[in-house]
Design a protein around this ligand. Structure first.
Ligand code: C2O
Ligand code: CU
Length: 736
């Protein structure tokens, strides 16, 4: 078997440093014959991580990742391993608190000889082994047929099946019969010499920072743990003019802290989007805010209330407000081209907002979110249920909006594209974490206090994996209300636009961190690394709160279950519609960028948690590539997809995230105006349901939504990565 990643090493006589076949992926079936796209040299790829038995279904994203097991010597034994998501996870991707993907392996074996044929052995055992062979994790006894095993939480691993004397051994010592590797082992160190940024960066003549009204390009810095970048990209700039709000704008006042506006049904408020002065990384910068605040005012209302928001656009560009997750009247949805024209600078619009569902929602502009929202235009809507027992008791409530902001090494904000979005490929990963607009979120509690956190992710592209070491986390709700069964979680995976509601008890005194802990990928070294950022500090006083007796109990929310029960028969039904989430790079990516991307191997990671390729990401603009929602039945794409429904329809939509593209990544898909259940991931049913408006579709996975079409109008469905949206990833559907 010739195993090559997509930089094959054919040796002598090659005319290129690397022959570049089309990239292998786990969707590929073994033994493909391909040709180097530069010179036509035949390149044979044996994809060891594919599993012939499931490869066909994998292509449509309906099966979990698969490892094909290779038998040693001439043994007739064969098998494969399906890597399922951990079924009990309430999230579409299962990870631990450090962001390691958790796999539930299911092994299918055939033609195993009697263990005694290999020596003095009585059983076969499956092991996951770290690539350095230092650690092995016993998965369990296996036999011919299908066996479900424990959970593996390693970034990369080998899988081996050995013959052993007894099922009780704790380390493997017998001969191995079958072997395989995790899909992530496809990641290999690059052999093309990367260049380090030191040296090139100071030589960049366009590296300015003085915002004197005409923005200059400021390069995004390298990721602090990945200092190399691909050669050939240095000196390139996005093909769009840089733009920032004017420095020293006379209308910009210093930003004020978020206010809470508690409204009664029928109240009117005025909301003004305008310029604010902020200090970011010690530097003054003009950004955006609502009523001089960022986050904007938190609007607290009762469920079913109706309020009037008299909106004024005091920005230097058109805008609108979208009430994310709120099932309101279509004409107030704030979607330009569909429900209203964008509001010109100086213009006004009167929004009438009604709140049919209790929980936590948010508002943001629906024009150029890549710049407007990133500059600070977002705020929460807190909708109170009339039911006093809606939530279990808590000692306090904290409403936190998570965000990240991108600055260079000197703390200068990286400008936006004037007429098109930069960062079209992966979205703009920031390097400065903000909680409610501040890099220094702090909270003081008493020991034993139960705090209910309402998290909203307002970042352009980052998926957070939130944990609080030393405290217990109980997931109680999310996008549109409560979860059917409360669940203990070790971390909260929250994609752009999602909300999660978590009760946390602080059992130990002292300072505890609110962490975002994930696994990054260093594509140059071919390795994974830990990235852990402190988003805030909770100081737990030694004084003890009266014990909250209900915290230890997991509630079942009968109302939610009853609501869902009506659709029980639909939960296992086939999809009515299938949307492929894919990428069209056919046109105009700069050659160097396209080339570098083709050199990349997708390591099977469901989520790109952090920006380790900042140059590659920055350079592609929304004019140079097109992210695509493709209706499988009609083959129509994006705004050409025109779905029609009737009120009362319950529609099952399968979202299939194509991993056979130049740069696979996750997409948080949002539907306006309706609510839905995430009923299956990779064909496996979700066990604990919750009404949502945004679902994270991991790379290479399929996610099935059951959408309740209750709210008439013309609505948008789109990816909530702001730059993907700018790159075309949106479509309309009509409910009549
Ligand atoms: Cu929060 Cu159409 O978006
Ligand atoms: Cu997307």
């Amino acid at each position: 078997m010739v195993w090559i990643d997509d930089k094959n090493r054919l040796g002598e006589g090659r005319t290129h440093l690397t022959h570049i076949p089309r990239r292998p992926s786990r969707a590929r079936i073994a033994a493909l014959a391909l040709a180097c796209f530069q010179c036509g040299t035949p390149v044979s790829i044996e994809a060891p991580n594919s599993c012939a038995n499931v490869a066909d279904t994998q292509i449509t994203g309906r099966a979990p990742a698969c490892i094909r097991l290779i038998a040693r010597d001439s043994s007739a034994a064969s098998g494969f391993v399906e890597l399922h998501r951990v079924a009990s996870s309430p999230f579409t991707v299962s990870v631990d608190e450090s962001g390691h993907q958790l796999f539930a392996p299911v092994i299918t074996l055939a033609n195993l000889p009697q263990p005694s044929a290999l020596g003095p052995y009585s059983t076969y055992i499956a092991w996951a082994v770290t690539p350095d062979l230092a650690r092995d994790l016993k998965l369990g006894v296996v036999t011919n047929g299908r066996t479900e095993l424990g959970v593996v939480g390693l970034n990369q691993f080998l899988l081996t099946i050995t013959a052993e004397r007894s099922g009780d051994v704790t380390r493997h010592s017998g001969p191995s019969l079958l072997n395989g590797t995790s899909p992530s082992m496809a990641l290999q160190p690059h052999d093309a010499p990367p260049i380090t940024r030191a040296g090139t960066h100071t030589a960049m003549s366009m590296h300015g920072g003085a915002h004197d009204g005409s923005a200059q390009w400021v390069m995004p810095p390298m990721h602090r743990q990945v200092p190399q970048m691909a050669a050939g990209l240095e000196g390139l700039m996005p093909n769009v003019a840089p733009w920032m709000p004017p420095a020293n704008a006379p209308t910009a006042a210093a930003v004020r802290p978020r206010e809470v506006m508690t409204l009664n049904a029928g109240d009117s408020i005025s909301l003004v989007a305008g310029l604010v002065r902020r200090t970011i990384a010690g530097r003054p910068v003009t950004m955006y805010g609502f009523n001089g605040q960022s986050p904007g005012p938190m609007i607290r209302v009762d469920q079913h209330a109706r309020i009037i928001v008299n909106f004024t656009n005091a920005l230097d560009q058109p805008t609108s407000i979208h009430w994310h997750g709120v099932r309101l009247e279509n004409r107030f949805d704030g979607t330009p081209m569909a429900t209203q024209p964008a509001i010109a600078p100086g213009g006004t619009f009167r929004y009438v907002v009604t709140f049919p569902d209790a929980g936590i929602y948010w508002y943001h502009p629906h024009v150029r979110e890549d710049s407007q929202q990133d500059l600070g235009l977002y705020g929460n809507l807190f909708v109170r249920s009339p039911d006093a027992g809606f939530f279990a008791p808590a000692d306090r409530e904290e409403v936190l909006i998570l965000d990240d902001f991108l600055v260079d090494e000197k703390g200068v904000a990286v400008p936006y594209g004037a007429d098109a979005a930069t960062h079209a490929l992966m979205g703009r990963f920031g390097n400065l974490f903000l909680v409610n607009g501040s890099p220094e979120y702090t909270l003081g509690v008493r020991r034993g206090d139960v705090v209910r956190f309402y998290f909203t992710n307002a970042s352009s592209t980052r998926v957070f994996n939130i944990s609080i070491p030393g405290a217990r986390l109980k997931l109680v709700g999310g996008d549109v209300g409560l979860i059917a069964r409360e669940a203990w979680v070790s971390s909260v995976v929250i994609a752009p636009a999602e909300r999660y509601i978590v009760d946390v008890r602080f059992d130990s005194g002292g300072r505890v961190a609110l962490l975002n802990h994930i696994q990054g990928v260093d594509r140059f070294r071919g390795t994974f690394f830990d990235e852990s950022d402190t988003l805030g500090i909770v100081t737990v006083a030694s004084s003890t709160a009266p014990a909250a007796s209900t915290f230890d109990r997991l509630r079942r929310n009968a109302g939610v279950s009853r609501d869902i029960e009506r659709y029980r028969s639909r939960i296992a039904a086939p999809p009515d519609y299938t949307l492929q989430l894919t990428l069209d790079t056919a046109q105009t990516l700069p050659f160097e960028l396209w080339q570098t991307l083709r050199n990349e191997v997708w390591p099977g990671t469901p989520v790109e948690w952090t920006g380790t390729m900042p140059m590659m990401d920055w350079l592609a603009t929304s004019r140079q590539l097109r992210w695509v929602l493709r209706d499988s039945a009609s083959r129509r794409e994006n705004m050409d997809v025109a779905w029609r429904f009737h009120t009362g329809d319950v529609v099952r939509i399968r979202l299939v995230n194509d991993a056979r593209i130049l740069h696979p990544m996750q997409h948080p898909i949002h539907l306006h105006g309706q609510r839905f259940l995430v009923v299956a991931v990779d064909g496996d049913p979700m066990l604990n349901l919750l009404w949502k408006d945004t679902a994270l579709v991991p790379a290479g996975s399929s996610v099935d939504l059951l959408v309740e079409m209750t709210n008439p109008g013309t609505w948008m469905l789109h990816c909530h990565i702001a730059e993907h949206m700018e790159s075309g990833m949106h479509m309309m559907f009509e409910v009549r």
